[in-house]
Design a protein around this ligand. Structure first.
Ligand code: PGA
Length: 252
């Protein structure tokens, strides 16, 4: 039995006060429902403390959107894994395509961040996914395999218990263009097979693989019904408590 995980990636949205309001709204929506999925909320760094406070005494977990690989030092503007742990974050998103596209993130720095996060005791949501040109060129499988293999260099089978992979086709992020459930399932299965070759069948079977990219209240149930889709990484729709709750409840 794989764990379903629904994570909200708030990106660069919300102040600490707004964080409290939105989480209170999510709690109200989910109140009294038996959660079939782990729920994770990933606000900006500056909101983490408010999010941890708002999620106290609930099952909702809090995650960050990035982490630096060094323990500490002269890295202006960066945040370490120990700092995230100290504020109460349990998860961290690593390798999001917006980091890769706009902030020069590479497969190698993604790997460094993944190793540092796991070593500090954080759970990782590792993002992989192809560009539209890559899909059109027919190289989606090669691209996600390469991203996955490099990101997991030096990560042991034991440590894979702390890793979730999010398949996020870049052309579907924030565009309103969702991958079809078949497309999502196909690539999630490719990723699962890559993990099976890197580790073993059991590690691959137990791995939670999310789909992300314009997942919303209307399409979540169908995407989440696919055999290789074990959750979602939700951007836009995670900023509305009612929509996010519908997605969480779509897990059966
Ligand atoms: P979106 O973002 O749901 O707004 O497409 C998903 C993501 O970037 O994680």
């Amino acid at each position: 039995m794989r764990k379903y995980v629904i994570a909200g990636n708030w990106k660069m949205n919300m102040t600490p006060d707004q964080t409290k309001t939105l989480i209170d709204g999510i709690k109200a929506e989910l109140f009294a429902s038996e959660l079939k999925a782990e729920v994770v909320i990933c606000p900006p760094f500056i909101d983490l403390a408010a999010a941890v406070e708002a999620c106290k005494d609930t099952k909702i977990k809090v995650g960050a959107q990035n982490v630096h690989w060094a323990e500490k030092g002269a890295f202006t503007g960066e945040i370490s894994a120990d700092m995230l742990k100290a504020v109460g974050a349990e998860y961290v998103i690593i390798g999001h395509s917006e980091r890769r596209q706009y902030f020069g993130e590479t497969d190698i720095t993604v790997n460094q961040r993944v190793k540092a996060a796991i070593a500090a005791g954080l759970k990782v949501i590792l993002c992989v996914g192809e560009l539209l040109e890559e899909r059109e060129q027919g190289i989606t499988a090669e691209i996600v395999a390469k991203q996955t293999k490099i990101a997991l260099m030096g990560v042991t089978a034991e440590q894979m218990k702390d890793v979730i992979i999010a398949y996020e086709p870049v052309w579907a992020i924030g565009t309103g263009k969702t991958a079809s459930s078949e497309q999502a399932d196909e690539v999630c299965e490719i990723i699962r097979n890559v993990v099976a070759t890197l580790y073993c069948g059991k590690t691959a079977e137990e791995l939670t693989i999310q789909y992300g990219g314009s997942m919303n209240a209307a399409n979540a149930a169908e995407l989440l019904s696919m055999p290789n889709v074990d959750g979602g990484l939700i951007g836009g729709a995670s900023l509305k408590s009612a929509d996010f709750a519908v997605i969480v409840k779509a897990v059966r």
